[in-house]
Design a protein. Structure first.
Lengths: 468, 617
């Protein structure tokens, strides 16, 4: 740019624009002020460019009465050195300078196209800045308020069942951390949204557009990086918490859990006890070995927080560690969709004192001395037979056992058989060989031969025989 | 001109589908009898299912162009095919992308209505503990069908928006491959019929996820469900391919990628996922199908299979699938917000890139559905990290939307109400995501009702609300009429609060220990009050949807005539086209001269029609 212009022409329909600039120029060149002329109209401007030959023309970029095309033609047609300075007040005082002799077609194109507005520094007058500030302050206060209320609410209304295991401790801490994040983000977005909906709604009769903000790279980077740090932190918290819930205790009580359609069966290898109710001493770490007899099930006691699927197959035994801390009765739920009677795959869980637990163990180990039919009832109970076979005369998934013994049965194959010891033994260990009319093959598990001893099966048959 | 009921493509298609089914059954039976084996229902039904889909396509006429080619006859170019006028053109093969978009849309609404109705049946059962209305098998079948039919509905909805809008928004006359476009749509129809027909074959008790070994032992309905989903998968892949090709090749001059309307970005990201991931769900279902038919031991450990393998294959698609519904919904939000905030979209490039970011990260998170599955222990933590990363691009979108509203001049039109409702509902879904993403908290929440509440929020906020907004917004481009404003507002003000109650109720019982997919909760009767709330709210959601459907039908017939740029949008279909949009869209090519969302610069334009040659000289 010519550092010392002598003749300056200011073209603007806005008289304040010219006067303001004149003042600025007078300050800048106090000793040797250049000659300045003002032009308020397009025709006058062109005429003066021709006759007066200024070496700098300052054009108001925001003045819509100036025909840029015509101005440009007139500007490039002369051969005297001349510069044009485009000044926009609306775009925060953006300035562009062009030289008549070096003007490129691209520059001309720029000149003719839309006004250049800096996305980085949107035009903010003092008044607007203070109103923006006010909006942010009010919204900020509301955000803090709403976040606090939501956080307190989430922590006080008891949205989790009372914890009853060591593992529930760190997990509930993580829940609380999440509740904080949820409360803050909920408040942040909701308040900003609702505030905008109320304050920035279009009033009747107002047809002006919203403020021209196309974005802010700085803000976008900010709200990419902050959430990134937060989620990384939460992932870290998650893995640290997981470590704590997986802590291995050497003296854990071992329980083998078998899930099947639709029963739970628990074996305590220490005492060779198998039951369908889970009894545990309080405050002693337990190691569950989980296995399924058929499809996928899932082990969940909500008060203990932890959950683990049971998979079928020898190679898919999974482990779960829990230390119950509260005595009482709980429910073990199957949490993985496992077929028709999934909803009813529930077993009671009793967490008792060590003394009570010992008593229970003694009862269980002595239970074997009873008569065969009573033993059979217990084996059938433990093996989950009653989830499909009733003893009250009503057929459900499988035939009822009441009055089954010695009766005549029609089979799917069409033959009729008499129900005796041999028939029942086959029906238990190889259920699909004979399927009674009205029932489906493939429903009953095929693995009772491995799960029950021959004596146990005989006891069960004895029990069925007793149900007249 | 043919008349009579057989001139309707859909009717012919369904008749041919029945015939195809019988043909498939006959082929299997004849072969088995020839080898001295008796009749067996399952292989007969499976082959019948695939034959029925092919039969439908022949009957509806989706093959006619290709048949003509194969016979050496000239096929009429798609743009010259004469099509019936009036409503009838929606009932047969059309190569016009707008007709196909509307066809997709009608099927979407039908599927959502059906899927929702299934939910209301089993929701009624859950009003009280114990079983009152339906049996256990019916209940389990209904939850599976509710899930899959609603998912199919949403996939169709994404396709509806993409097909109708993408060519209009990028200034193209049609899609890149009009014939393939029609083919992809019509394939979806027999697929839906197959999925629904599973009810007639004994249903299935697995839920929509169909995990083996359970799905190996389930009733025959399982096979029809699998066949339907596999066929639908083809439809999805082909439709997505077409959109990718259209976006990449057919944009108006001057429309660089970063000057595309933001919806097109969403559609592109969605289509990339659908095109590359859908194969995996098709594969996983097909493998179970074969395991059942031929005893191939893929997944059942009793036959040497691995049940967790299925879950990896299944979720590799089914997690990104969530983004297939949600990204078009997000794109509608981003597209409509500037129009009704009268302000540029905040951070256009960031919003566009966040769609691709979500699509990319979405591929790396599938195993978070398996934190309790018993997969290898060392896999859990890395998947927790990737899962939470999804929050970052999603956050960018959310903050940018909020930035768009800030200091705008917000107009509360019906589409805008649904857009704001979508943001609100999705916020709830988004905020309840990370708590499921960190493993220890997920150990409690996995497979609980909390998950049910969470994803219904993401689905409604990410798809249903934006879809309803889009239907209200672009309705004049389809019919030339406006949708009723009053009915729209009634729909919104019933839908939003009842949906909140429904999902908050679901989350509450889930946190307290209610499992998902249970027909009965007799062991936890204290949940009954909440369940009554959830069910009543569910029925209100259904009522809102019925009002919406009534509004669509009524307004199509006698709504107020819409003239010109109804919403004062800068988008080409509003700036340059009459209502309804004419066949082949723009009379002359258009050229992009500005940015799509400069609503604050009233003297600029986004697009202009190129003047007809000769007029300028």
């Amino acid at each position: 740019m010519n550092p010392n212009p002598r003749k300056i022409l200011i073209a603007s329909g806005n008289s304040l624009f010219g006067k303001g600039l004149m003042g600025l120029i007078a300050q800048r060149w106090k000793k040797d002020p250049p000659e300045i002329r003002l032009s308020r109209q397009m025709a006058e401007t062109l005429e003066m460019m021709e006759s007066w030959q200024p070496d700098l023309v300052i054009v108001d970029y925001d003045d819509t009465t100036i025909d840029r095309g015509e101005f440009l033609r007139s500007f490039v047609s002369g051969d005297q050195p001349m510069q044009v300075m485009l000044v926009s007040l609306q775009a925060s005082g953006a300035v562009v300078v062009y030289d008549r002799r070096t003007l490129t077609p691209a520059q001309a194109e720029d000149w003719l196209s839309v006004p250049w507005v800096s996305p980085e520094e949107p035009d903010v007058s003092k008044e607007q800045r203070s109103s923006t500030m006010r909006h942010f302050v009010i919204a900020g206060i509301l955000i803090v308020l709403v976040a606090t209320i939501v956080y307190l609410l989430l922590n006080t209304i008891g949205i989790l069942p009372a914890p009853a295991s060591v593992e529930a401790g760190p997990i509930d801490q993580l829940f609380t951390a999440h509740f904080l994040a949820i409360a803050v983000l909920f408040a942040l977005i909701t308040v900003l949204m609702v505030y905008s909906m109320i304050v920035f709604r279009q009033r009747k009769g107002d047809n002006t557009p919203g403020r021209n903000i196309k974005g802010s790279t700085r803000l976008e980077i900010f709200w990419t990086l902050i959430p990134l740090v937060v989620v990384l932190y939460f992932s870290y918290l998650g893995s640290a918490t997981l470590d704590r819930t997986n802590a291995q205790a050497p003296d854990a009580l071992e329980v083998d859990v078998l899930g099947g359609q639709w029963y739970w069966s628990f074996t305590y290898p220490d005492w060779d006890i198998t039951t369908n109710e889970l009894w545990l001493p309080v405050d002693r770490p337990v190691l569950f070995r989980l296995r399924s007899a058929d499809v996928i099930h899932s082990f969940w006691v909500p008060e203990w927080r932890v959950k683990q699927d049971l998979l079928p197959g020898e190679n898919f035994v999974r482990e779960l560690r829990v230390t119950p801390t509260e005595e009482g009765q709980f429910q073990l739920l199957c949490a993985e969709m496992c077929g028709v009677r999934h909803a009813y795959m529930v077993s009671p869980v009793y967490v008792v004192s060590q003394d009570e637990f010992n008593t229970w163990v003694n009862e269980q180990t002595q239970a074997i001395d009873l008569d065969p039919a009573a033993r059979g009832q217990k084996w059938a109970q433990d093996a989950g037979c009653f989830s499909c076979h009733s003893i009250d005369g009503s057929d459900s998934i499988g035939p009822t056992w009441l009055g089954l013994y010695d009766s005549e049965r029609e089979l799917v194959s069409g033959e009729t058989v008499e129900v005796d010891d041999d028939y029942l033994f086959t029906a238990i260990v190889d259920p699909d060989v004979h399927v009674a009319e009205g029932f489906r093959p493939g429903v009953m598990p095929q693995d009772y031969e491995t799960r029950l001893t021959e004596e146990q099966i005989e006891d069960i048959i004895e029990f069925i025989e007793s149900l007249e | 001109m043919k008349t009579g009921i057989l001139s309707i493509g859909l009717v012919r298609g369904l008749l041919f589908q029945a015939a195809g089914f019988l043909a498939g059954v006959a082929v299997v039976t004849v072969i088995r009898l020839a080898f001295g084996m008796g009749f067996s229902a399952e292989p007969a039904i499976v082959l019948g299912a695939f034959f029925s889909a092919i039969g439908f396509m022949i009957g509806v006429g989706a093959f006619s162009g290709w048949f003509a080619n194969a016979l050496g006859k000239p096929a009429i170019p798609p743009e010259e095919v004469e099509e019936p006028s009036g409503f009838k053109r929606y009932l047969g093969v059309s190569y016009d992308h707008k007709v196909i978009g509307v066809q997709y849309g009608m099927l979407t609404i039908a599927a959502l209505f059906l899927g929702g109705s299934f939910a209301l049946i089993f929701r009624s059962e859950l009003v009280a503990p114990g079983m009152q209305l339906i049996g256990l098998q019916q209940f389990n079948t209904l939850i599976g069908l509710h899930g899959m039919v609603a998912i199919v509905g949403m996939l169709l909805g994404g396709a509806a928006l993409g097909n109708f809008l993408v060519p209009l928004l990028i200034g193209a006359k049609d899609m890149a491959f009009p014939r393939l476009n029609a083919f992809a749509f019509w394939l979806a129809v027999p697929a839906v019929v197959l999925v629904l027909s599973s009810m007639a074959a004994g249903g299935f008790d697995t839920g929509w996820t169909a995990y083996p070994p359970l799905s190996i032992f389930a009733n025959m309905g399982m096979q029809l469900f699998f066949a339907g989903v596999v066929v639908f998968g083809w439809s999805s892949v082909l439709g997505a391919l077409n959109i990718v090709a259209t976006v990449l090749r057919m944009r108006a001059p001057g429309m660089s990628l970063f000057r595309m309307p933001i919806f097109v970005w969403g559609s592109l990201a969605t289509s990339i996922i659908a095109m590359t991931a859908t194969q995996l769900i098709g594969l996983s279902f097909q493998l179970v199908m074969f395991e059942r038919l031929f005893g191939m031991g893929f997944f059942n450990p009793a036959n040497g299979g691995n049940p967790i393998l299925f879950q990896h294959l299944f979720w590799f698609y089914s997690h990104p699938a969530v983004y297939i519904f949600v990204l078009p919904g997000f794109a509608v939000i981003s597209e409509l917000l500037p129009v009704f905030a009268r302000k540029p979209l905040f951070g256009y490039r960031w919003v566009a890139m966040s769609s691709l970011g979500i699509a990319l990260v979405g591929f790396l998170v599938w195993a978070h559905h398996m934190f309790t599955s018993g997969m290898e222990e060392y896999l859990r933590v890395p998947f927790m990290y990737t899962t939470l990363l999804v929050a970052v691009p999603t956050g960018v979108k959310f903050f940018s939307w909020t930035g768009t509203l800030w200091e705008g001049k917000i107009r509360f039109t019906v589409p805008m109400l649904f857009v704001l409702g979508a943001m609100n509902v999705f916020l709830l879904g988004g905020l309840t995501g990370p708590i499921l993403g960190t493993i220890p908290t997920d150990l409690h929440l996995h497979d609980s009702y909390f998950v049910v509440g969470h994803f219904h929020n993401t689905m409604f906020g990410g798809f249903v609300f934006p879809f309803i907004a889009a239907v209200h917004y672009w309705f004049p481009k389809i019919t030339g009429r406006k949708m009723s404003d009053l009915l729209g507002r009634i729909t919104f003000f019933i839908l939003l609060p009842s949906f909140w109650i429904q999902t908050l109720g679901q989350m509450q019982v889930g946190l307290l220990g209610m499992r998902r997919r249970v027909a009965d909760y007799d062991t936890l009767p204290e949940f009954q009050t909440t369940h009554i709330f959830i069910t009543v709210a569910g029925f209100l959601v259904g009522l809102a949807f019925v009002i919406f459907m009534y509004n669509v039908i009524r307004s199509a017939m006698k709504g107020e005539v819409a003239v010109g740029n109804v919403w004062e949008s800068r988008s080409p279909e509003w700036e340059l086209l009459p209502n309804p949009a004419p066949k082949h869209n723009y009379p002359q090519p258009l050229v992009v001269t500005g940015d799509p969302y400069d609503y604050s610069l009233t003297d600029t334009e986004y697009v202009e029609l190129v003047p007809v040659a000769g007029a300028t000289d």
